[in-house]
Ligand binder design. Structure first.
Ligand code: MF3
Ligand code: CO
Length: 249
């Protein structure tokens, strides 16, 4: 069942997502060669707490941290640690909060210092695929319009879409229906309606789409060891089109 939200509920979800946006924007300034992923986790937690928001991932299915930090071949759900980020790395930062009853969820992938041209292209294409997907998030379109648009942007330059993890509805729960694959056929699937809030989150690999989970039970990595990128926004479908709740205002 897809839960539609009233305009006042969308405003609550916006407040939650704006805290997530503030956190990611401050983390962006922190990401430099020499910083540890644990420091980023601590900062995210501090800012959320200052705003009266609860980090959404900590304790979720036993996940032990507030932030997910996925470096290089790590796709998603990388765990903060004493690992020092080095020039040339890329790092995915995924953060969520619960605030006044509504969840916010967003992710970015950042370069650490100067990165090579191929890595930069992966980041650009992944972010572009998110925005192409978002543009399709409007009343009367189908879920496949989002999925198919993302897939097309990703595959054109030869990158691949991760299959094993998908986007999701979001609201009073972190994960609601529908699931939002980043691959599929335009014109197919669920009809989109005003009042839906969708967390659209392409995970894009430089090489093969296949992934595996490390022994820690969380960290998802590419099977071929090549790079992966992830961007996510929580987006409300309104009568005026897509409204990106987790965009910095
Ligand atoms: N953005 C991710 C998601 O939507 C974050 C979940 S990480 C977890 O699923 F630790 F909470 F599982
Ligand atoms: Co998500």
């Amino acid at each position: 069942m897809v839960i539609l939200k009233l305009p006042e509920e969308i405003e609550k979800a916006r407040a939650s997502n704006q805290i997530v946006a503030e956190v990611l924007s401050k983390l962006r300034d922190k990401v430099k060669p020499g910083v540890t992923t644990r420091e980023l986790d601590k900062l995210a937690e501090e800012i959320a707490e200052k705003r009266g928001a609860k980090p959404a991932f900590k304790g979720y299915r036993g996940y032990p941290y507030s932030l997910c930090t996925s470096v290089n071949e790590e796709v998603v759900h990388g765990m903060p640690s004493a690992r020092i980020l080095r020039e040339g790395d890329i790092v995915g930062l995924d953060f969520g909060v619960l605030y006044k009853g509504f969840f916010g969820d967003s992710a970015i992938t950042l370069p650490v210092g100067k990165i090579d041209a191929a890595a930069l292209q992966l980041l650009k294409v992944t972010e572009q695929s998110l925005y192409e997907g978002i543009a399709q998030a409007k009343e009367g379109n189908r879920l496949g319009d989002i999925s198919g648009s993302v897939q097309q942007i990703v595959e054109a330059p030869g990158f691949s879409v991760v299959r094993d993890f998908v986007g999701h509805g979001i609201g009073r729960n972190l994960h609601e229906e529908p699931q939002i694959p980043n691959y599929g056929k335009k014109g197919r699937g669920l009809t989109l309606k005003s009042g839906m809030i969708l967390a659209i989150e392409p995970m894009v690999n430089q090489g093969d789409y296949r992934v595996k989970i490390l022994q820690d039970g969380w960290t998802v990595v590419t099977e071929d060891g090549r790079l992966s990128a992830h961007f996510e926004h929580s987006v409300a479908i309104t009568d005026n089109g897509p409204d990106i709740l987790s965009e910095v205002n």
